[in-house]
Design a protein around this ligand. Structure first.
Ligand SMILES: [Cu+2]
Length: 155
């Protein structure tokens, strides 16, 4: 093996590890969501994301919901509304916060109510600056219904 080939092999191995552990590609901190009210079929997932080399969150999925989207809150006229965005950019080395009233991962058409104390598995799909995909699986902690005000999130 030439040095170049060995480096390529190591890089591949590192990518696999990063995909499993999530430490290298994108750091995910404190993922959480809220308990749902009776009849509520959607909810936001919040967390902090940090990518050392720069990346974008391009998709997400969860066994807890039939549809998962990346959302932002934005003013339309003087009404705060949420809308789906195709991706969320993570500038290199910067912490991007997903929080109530801002960006969030939206669980739509929940299969079951979210109960306080449960955890919700969410698979986050990223694309690195180099175009390489990476996946990070997190478990979002379900907190109190009123956690992280301001504002309830409704569709
Ligand atoms: Cu939303």
């Amino acid at each position: 093996m030439t040095a170049k080939l060995i480096r390529a092999a190591l890089a591949c191995a590192a990518l696999v590890v990063a995909g499993a552990a999530g430490a290298q590609t994108v750091e995910v901190k404190d993922p959480w969501t809220r308990a749902t009210a009776p009849g509520q079929k959607a909810g936001g997932v919040f967390m902090q994301l940090k990518s050392p080399g720069g990346a974008a969150l391009v998709a997400a999925e969860s066994p807890a919901a039939n549809i998962v989207e990346i959302h932002e809150m934005a003013m339309e006229g003087n009404v705060m509304k949420m809308r789906a965005i195709p991706k969320l950019d993570l500038p290199a080395g910067q912490t991007v916060e997903l929080k109530p009233g801002g960006y969030h991962v939206m669980l739509i058409d929940l299969k079951a109510p979210l109960k306080k104390g449960d955890t919700v598995p969410v698979k986050l799909k990223f694309q690195g600056k180099d175009g390489k995909p990476a996946e990070v699986e997190v478990k979002a902690e379900v907190r109190d219904m009123g956690a992280g005000a301001p504002g309830a999130m409704k569709h």
